[in-house]
Design a protein around this ligand. Sequence first.
Ligand SMILES: Cc1cc2nc3c(=O)[nH]c(=O)nc-3n(C[C@H](O)[C@H](O)[C@H](O)COP(=O)(O)OP(=O)(O)OC[C@H]3O[C@@H](n4cnc5c(N)ncnc54)[C@H](O)[C@@H]3O)c2cc1C
Length: 296
Amino acid sequence: MFSVEFMPPRDADDEQLLWRSMRKLEQLGPAFVSVTYGAGGSSRDRTVRTTSRVAQETTLVPMAHLTAVDHTVAELRNVIGWYAAVGVRNVLVVRGDPPGDPNGEWIACADGFTYAEELVSLVRELGDFCIGVACFPCGHPRSVDLDTDTTYLVRKLRAGADFAIAQLFFDADDFLRLRDRVDARGCHAPLIPSIMSMTTPRTMDKTVELSAATAPTALLERLNPLREDPKAFRAEGIDIATELCQRLLAEGVPDLHFITFNRAQATVEVINRLGLLPADALETTPEAVTPETVSP
Ligand SMILES: Cc1cc2nc3c(=O)[nH]c(=O)nc-3n(C[C@H](O)[C@H](O)[C@H](O)COP(=O)(O)OP(=O)(O)OC[C@H]3O[C@@H](n4cnc5c(N)ncnc54)[C@H](O)[C@@H]3O)c2cc1C
């Protein structure tokens, strides 16, 4: 089973790209599509509008992200109410980062929340939602160590979350060890790995930034020599994503969550190579590789 993540579109061009990709991926039957939420509510209306369209105009199951940044509890109640009103029953609850500087000091909004765990409790209290939370195979950058990180993850799962989606990572073992740590605490909620094909140097750098891990030397040795050759870099990036997925599936991980940057092709290719494409799915001949298409 697989799912995909989109970002709410910023303008008309973005909107077109998003819906072209959404329709392409719809044919592959993802379990759900998630739509991110900009820090401080900057994308609030766009996230609500996008998930609403997914709920009302497609066969897809939407999942809306929600963050606590710069929102009072009253505002959060409102957003959750809007989600319910437009038919969104799945919410990915994340705390969020300080707007502007994700590594800056976290300052809780007056009358707001400090941790995702509190927002999980609120969403749980407000309705019959299916709730996901974030988890971090290499530890959250603000956590003192992996053990403490796992303790707080298990706390937020027990506060009412149904599953967790992992931050990007390079090494399958980091994800598998997180699964073991959570299991060892008697918590058996599903953890879903996030996969992003590193189809450009930019997406590779983004993965390094988000994972809070150093890219393995073996991986750098495969990708770095191809930095000036977009086509070869993309092909290698797809190979690497496919190999990571194959290892996870072989280790009994049943679900994969693909970060798309609102593009479909790389996800289609990886899913095809994993043999997860439905028999009646779209023609999977890769699009011509141009500077515009050399991204996820
Ligand atoms: C799958 C995924 C999707 C994401 N989607 C978005 C998005 O749409 N929009 C966005 O802005 N950001 C998003 N993020 C980023 C996320 O908001 C940041 O990574 C944020 O820094 C952490 O969010 P969290 O929900 O894990 O926070 P929390 O679970 O609150 O954890 C934050 C830190 O506090 C610690 N902690 C937790 N509880 C306690 C406690 N009770 N006492 C002391 N310490 C505690 C944790 O160990 C961690 O170090 C996403 C991340 C992931 C992995």
